[in-house]
Design a protein around this ligand. Sequence first.
Ligand code: PMP
Length: 375
Amino acid sequence: MIYLDYSATTPVSYEVLDTISKVTKEFIGNANSIHALGEKSAKLLESATKQIADIFGVNASEIVYTSGATEANNMAIIGVAMAHHRKGKHIIVSKLEHPSVYAICDYLKSIGFSIDYVNNDAEGLIDFDDLKAKVRDDTILVSICAVNSETGVRQPLKMIRQIIKKENIATLFHSDMTQAIGKVSVNFHDVDLASMSGHKIFGPKGIGFLYKSSMIKITPLIYGSGKSNELKPGTPPLPLIAALSKAIRLATTDLEKRERFVSLLNEKVVNFLEKYPNIKINKTKYSIPHILNFSVMNVMPETLIHALDKYEIYLSTNTACASGEASHSVMAIYNDVKRSKHTIRLSLSYVTTTEEINKFLDVFKEEYEKLSTVR
Ligand code: PMP
């Protein structure tokens, strides 16, 4: 098998699996219970959370566990909307967000919020002048993805924050960092809120977190009991939390060295694909090397993906969450309908090997050239 869909999800690493198994067996108490078994679990919860907080240079109380990034995005965006609607009902997002952000915005729009979509330039970078012009007195939130899941375009969050806060100091800034964490460095101090998901970094599915600065208030979406966190009451899923903490520690080591290796693999694929006049590479100078998007203009991407399936080579059309639809991110950057309907996303990891890429290129050549001549 050659797995080239690491941005859709990753397998759980052996070390992380080990943690899940150990914690499940050895920490049976509810972290909210007051007896010794509960206290033992509460202590592990505390140390796992502290480890995450230390890695990102924030306080443990600022980490709110969620089932993943979709829930974290909901908690952040709806939570801000509910807490701050008396100050304003205006929210700005980019044209390069994950579908979950647009679904949340559609809901907020249906209950009276107004949503603005900030433009980006031809390289996918947020148009700073447009952002500046769009931030108003009643803008309560700006949400901009750190790394776009389809094209890998990375945004300069620090600069974006400065622009937002200069226009309106009260406007909060959220970033979906799901595709950034574990691939490139991030700084939570650039934002007020950040979302992430464990299954993108060799952790289990069903766990992630929202970073929420202690300086800001949001309204909880979930109500219940338990002492762990007012935004996420209930029994903390300790095996998943300990696993997430382990996965984050493993994913954030040697980032630069791993990125350099992934860049070499990316360049190898780009050099190969560039030889075909009917393939357009959807990569800008801001794309991180882990996500490589290209459009096969003369073949339906699904046909090619299924042809590669037979060799147990796995890639996506655009993202797993929007499979079969035109890529709105490629559209936002290239403004080309056909190009955005013909996308393939190949996503790499530091665990991808040169041999895997060589084999992929051999099979791709054979299958793509066959499909190209059929037409
Ligand atoms: N945001 C981004 C940028 C993503 O790539 C994804 C996963 N496709 C999500 C949010 C949703 O994450 P989850 O599957 O953990 O809900």
